[in-house]
Write a protein that binds this ligand. Structure first.
Ligand code: ATP
Ligand code: MG
Ligand code: MG
Ligand code: MG
Length: 475
């Protein structure tokens, strides 16, 4: 089954179960300052769970555009390193607003996955987790559905490990949340990894495909969990992950949808398509960047715009690593619009705009990328130990426009780390300098970066420039 067919089958299945098909909402959350980007299908229904909004339906189904590149759910660092993470992905979901609860949610999920009328997956390859103390869900899975105890795992709250399962789902620090039950697919013993809850679960053998959240609480900023007006259901299944399962490939990057994108990326860069991690990163990033721009985000130096800028610059760096000379990223947009424009017409409608925004941003960064990389090489040649000092990370940021995570990405490829705290304090020191410099009548915003040197432009301060520059250098 092609991914477009899987998307359609999912929506149709839940329509047959009385759900209303609802279109994806924008990646920019409407009226929700707690959220950077839409990160799950339930976001647009947040107020329905909270009982603040009544709709004409109590059951809904959708395929939601999601970006996880910042905020509570941040997968940027995973992209290119795991078989299953993207910055942009589609989340298939079914929702109950005070209608059905655990039992029906579990039975629906199992029917869709295993019935020969639908996906027809072999039951023995599916593993199920429940929240540690959720005996009710455990009993439904084992007694009604018949999942054997040896493929059932109880998992509690994640105490901070970055990858380990966490069976209490929350969209952010505040908002609707509840215990969940996740379904994993075993891709086979030729792939490294262990079952959920084991030390090796982070491998790509057992891949989480579907999360069923039993929404029961609203967590407020003081950490208190208030019961929701009615128990509800929120589920999310990654379209790319279930497509990989059905297309008998382990990696999301091998599914139909990614083939054209990878080829287009290779062509734009001028390299072969041979499974390089950097090529996957570029093919991944064109989706998040294209969709974010289509939803109205523009690169900038703060907030959502800075996340977009970071993703674009990361893509540029990976393209450069594959040998790209000059700009290439905007030339993949046509393939993206061709591949996904039927399901998401905004891509076709805004193709020219997306291309323009990316090209401008690429041209701007191209000026400093190569030079920054050269400077970094020099610094690395002299590096003692395995940590890139904060002032080097800051210099790359401040003079060459390297977001911290971009330098972190390069560091990781060489088994190095970066001194984040040192970077932050260099950043704070710069802010302090800007403040004290402005007391001398200098507008710090007129400080511009040119090539490898920092110089002042339009300098009109009432004190000697040498004094200010010394202040800048010494700090
Ligand atoms: P993982 O543990 O693999 O990072 P998750 O537990 O963070 O996934 P959920 O928040 O439960 O994911 O989201 C529901 C579903 O969305 C997942 O079961 C998965 O199929 C899909 N999904 C989540 N994050 C990503 C991602 N970064 N790229 C692609 N699909 C994803
Ligand atoms: Mg995750
Ligand atoms: Mg998980
Ligand atoms: Mg999950």
């Amino acid at each position: 089954m092609k991914s477009a067919e899987i998307r359609e089958a999912f929506l149709r299945f839940f329509e047959e179960k009385g759900h209303t098909r609802v279109a994806s909402s924008s990646l920019v959350p409407a009226n929700d300052p707690t959220l950077l980007f839409t990160n799950a299908g339930m976001n647009q229904f947040k107020d329905c769970f909270l009982g603040l909004e009544k709709r004409a339906y109590t059951r809904a189904t959708s395929s939601q555009k999601c970006v996880r590149a910042g905020g509570k759910h941040n997968d940027l660092e995973n992209v290119g390193y795991t078989a299953r993470h993207h910055t942009f992905f589609e989340m298939l979901g079914n929702f109950s607003f005070g209608d059905y609860f655990k039992r029906d949610a579990i039975l629906y999920a199992w029917e869709f996955l295993t019935s020969d009328k639908w996906l027809n997956l072999p039951a023995e390859k599916l593993w199920v987790t429940v929240y540690a103390s959720d005996d009710e869900a455990y009993d439904i899975w084992t007694q009604e559905v018949g999942v054997p105890a040896e493929r059932m795992v109880r998992i509690g709250d994640n105490k901070g490990a970055p990858y380990a399962s966490d069976n209490f789902w929350a969209m952010g620090d505040t908002g609707p949340c509840g215990p969940c039950s996740e379904i994993f697919f075993d891709h086979g013993d030729h792939i490294w990894g262990g079952p959920p809850g084991s030390p090796e679960e982070d491998g790509d053998r057992y891949i989480e495909i579907w999360n069923n959240v039993f929404m029961q609480f609203n967590r407020t900023a003081d950490g208190v969990m208030h019961p929701l007006p009615a128990p509800s259901v929120d589920t999310g299944m990654g379209l790319e992950r279930i497509s990989a399962v059905l297309q008998h490939v382990n990696s999301n990057y091998e599914i139909d949808l990614f083939q054209n994108l990878l080829n287009a990326a290779a062509k734009a860069i001028g390299c072969a398509n041979e499974g390089q991690a950097s090529l996957k990163v570029v093919a991944d990033h064109i989706r998040s960047c294209g969709f974010l721009i289509a939803d109205g985000v523009l690169p900038s130096n703060e907030g959502r715009g800075y996340v977009l800028r970071r993703i674009i610059r990361r893509a540029c760096r990976h393209g450069n690593k594959l040998g790209a000379t000059g700009t290439f990223f905007h030339r993949i947009v046509a393939a993206l619009a061709a591949e996904m424009g039927d399901a998401f017409p905004e891509l076709k409608a805004q193709q020219a705009h997306i291309e323009r925004v990316l090209q401008t941003e690429e041209e701007q960064f191209a000026k400093t990328l190569e030079q920054g990389l050269r400077i970094l090489e020099q610094d690395l040649a002299e590096l003692k130990g395995s940590e890139i000092p904060g002032d080097v990370v800051f210099k790359l940021y401040d003079t060459y426009g390297f977001p911290m995570d971009l330098t972190g990405d390069i560091a990781r490829e060489r088994d190095l780390t970066i001194d984040e705290a040192g970077f932050e304090s260099a950043m704070a020191a710069q802010r302090e300098r800007a403040r004290s410099a402005s007391q001398f009548g200098l507008d710090y915003n007129q400080l511009v970066q040119v090539d490898s040197e920092t110089r002042f432009d339009g300098y009109t301060a009432t004190v000697g420039s040498a004094q200010i520059i010394a202040l800048y250098r010494d700090g």
